[in-house]
Design a protein around this ligand. Structure first.
Ligand code: PAF
Length: 281
């Protein structure tokens, strides 16, 4: 596995792969890998000849009071994990490589970015779409792989690719969960033991939502209230949002029809976790 820190190095790697007609899959990440990241890499390996994983904690998508400084990092462990699933190259640039002095270009998708996480994290998605657009230009992948846990992010990236006629096909893969249902996330390491014990309430509330819908419930306000009530029964939680929206438009439906997502963000102390469940009516 090749480790590239510069755009030139990864450019050469990609060019060599293309010269022998290999297809390229890109898995954009911020590192600190867990089974969710590995499932993206494995799927990329199945679908593409060569897999490039970008590993970059993108400062542009963190707010001034967010966890950029504390974001967990373990480069050696990440490299070993990526190597174990047959990744061809890691692209791990520094900030000066991605945003050199005088950098002043940004990519912004309007509308669907100013709800859910966009409301509580202003500027977050502008940072995501800017770095992902740069990664697409640098690697020029045939396919790019994202996790359904960041459902809004995946919808926004698909929209950016469509709107701006970008190359890669976007592949979104299911949420990977711990045995007790907690969605895997690099941020789970922030949880105290008590918070970790309480956190599976998020998945339980989403399963109850899915069961209620399967049982015929269509009242969005009631479904939303029930999710909130179940979450608030756990100790020390603070709800950032619980929303039920249409997919992919992310509009609030009066009554549940078509494809909808129940999406939530909840704080356990200082740790903000997100999760979601898609239902089709
Ligand atoms: O989902 C993430 O880890 C990040 O938002 C991404 C897509 C790698 C962009 O920095």
């Amino acid at each position: 596995m090749q480790v590239c820190h510069t755009i030139r190095e990864i450019g050469e790697f990609v060019q060599n792969a293309r010269a022998v007609e290999k297809t390229i899959g890109l898995v954009p990440t911020m590192g600190y890998f867990h089974a969710g990241h590995l499932s993206l890499m494995r799927e990329a390996k199945k679908m593409c000849d060569v897999v490039v994983v970008s590993l970059y904690v993108n400062p542009l998508q963190f707010g001034p009071k967010e966890d950029l400084g504390e974001y967990p990092r373990d480069f050696e462990r990440d490299c070993a994990m990526a190597r174990s699933v047959g990744v061809g190259a890691i692209f791990a640039p520094g900030n000066a490589e991605m945003y050199p002095a005088g950098y002043n270009s940004f990519v912004e998708v309007a509308g669907i970015t100013d709800k859910l996480c966009g409301l509580s994290r202003p500027g977050h998605f502008r940072g995501v779409t800017t770095v992902v657009a740069k990664l697409f230009n640098i690697v020029r992948p045939d396919q790019a792989f994202f996790g359904q846990k960041d459902a809004q992010q995946a919808i926004i990236i698909e929209k950016m690719v469509r709107d701006l006629n970008m190359g890669p096909e976007i592949v979104t893969l299911p949420i990977m969960r711990e045995a007790d249902g907690l969605a895997m996330s690099s941020r789970n390491v922030y949880l105290t033991e008590d918070q970790r014990r309480a956190a599976p309430v998020l998945y339980r509330s989403l399963c109850a939502f899915r069961e209620a819908v399967a049982g015929g419930e269509r009242d969005v306000a009631k479904l939303r209230r029930d999710i909130k009530e179940m979450i608030l029964s756990a100790p020390g939680v603070q709800i950032d949002y619980v929303e039920i929206l249409s997919v992919p438009g992310l509009e609030p439906p009066d009554t549940l029809t078509g494809k909808c997502i129940a999406a939530l963000a909840v704080r356990f102390g200082k740790t903000r976790l997100i999760d979601n469940m898609v239902v089709e009516v």
